[in-house]
Design a protein around this ligand. Structure first.
Ligand code: SF4
Length: 234
């Protein structure tokens, strides 16, 4: 089952597309099963991606492109088509995902969209460096200076919560720090998948009871289900 085009109609209205791309250059995050959507068949990817992009209307002047990896892993023809659609549909804001390792290359993407604000999202997942490295298997640490630098260039970060090994205090601290440094945060509640990471149901019940109202926070996108944005592959 899959859905690759959707509209976000509540706050921060936008169209969103889930495109196919080459394999994520990192590909080692312990919780990640999105990379199952990656491909090596460039022609097939372009055909599918062009079809999905043809649905974009520009009605909100805002478009989010996700691709189970980073924008740098999209086929060149697909990226070119995105540039054309942004121009044709007068898109004023475009969102892309990037892995942390690409954060010094953002200008390569920004320069493709001279009349559009490019907003990057990156999955920091947690501000606890040990947990990020040892549990989530992300290969970077962030000190205060790195965080400040990153927050100058990255619009939004994703947090992954309610997994075994986390505590209530860690989750609250992650949200506090995310809101302090970034213009927006996406809180993803972990859904069990085939990876070794497991959801902590007690944490989940606590979080939903105490923090469901964050759905209405202007700077927060709270995703309780991984289909909440309307685009998914299962
Ligand atoms: S960087 Fe993103 S797409 Fe790549 S493995 Fe990690 S979570 Fe998955």
């Amino acid at each position: 089952m899959e859905s690759r085009y959707s509209k976000i109609l509540e706050k921060n209205q936008r169209e969103i597309v889930l495109l196919k791309s080459f394999p994520c250059s990192y590909g080692k995050c312990s919780f990640c099963n999105y990379i199952n959507d990656n491909s090596l068949n460039e022609d097939e990817m372009n055909t599918l991606n062009f079809d999905i992009l043809s649905k974009v209307t520009g009605e909100f002047s805002s478009l989010e492109v996700i691709n189970s990896g980073s924008v740098f892993e999209l086929p060149a023809a697909t990226l070119k088509q995105i540039v054309a659609i942004v121009k044709e549909k007068n898109i004023k804001i475009i969102y892309f995902e990037i892995y942390y390792g690409y954060h010094k290359r953002l200008i390569e993407i920004i320069s493709l969209f001279p009349n559009t604000e490019v907003r990057f999202r990156t999955g920091i997942e947690t501000f606890d460096n040990d947990f990020r490295k040892n549990i989530y298997n992300k290969n970077f640490s962030l000190d205060e200076a790195a965080l400040l630098n990153l927050s100058q260039n990255i619009y939004s970060t994703c947090l992954l919560i309610c997994v075994q090994g986390q505590t209530r205090e860690m989750i609250e601290e992650d949200i506090r720090i995310g809101l302090k440094y970034f213009k927006s945060i996406t809180i993803n509640i972990f859904i069990n998948n085939e990876t070794k990471i497991k959801r902590d149901e007690e944490l989940f019940n606590w979080f939903i009871k105490k923090y469901s109202h964050l759905k209405n926070h202007p700077k927060i996108e709270l995703l309780i289900d991984n289909k909440d944005l309307g685009v998914f592959k299962q």
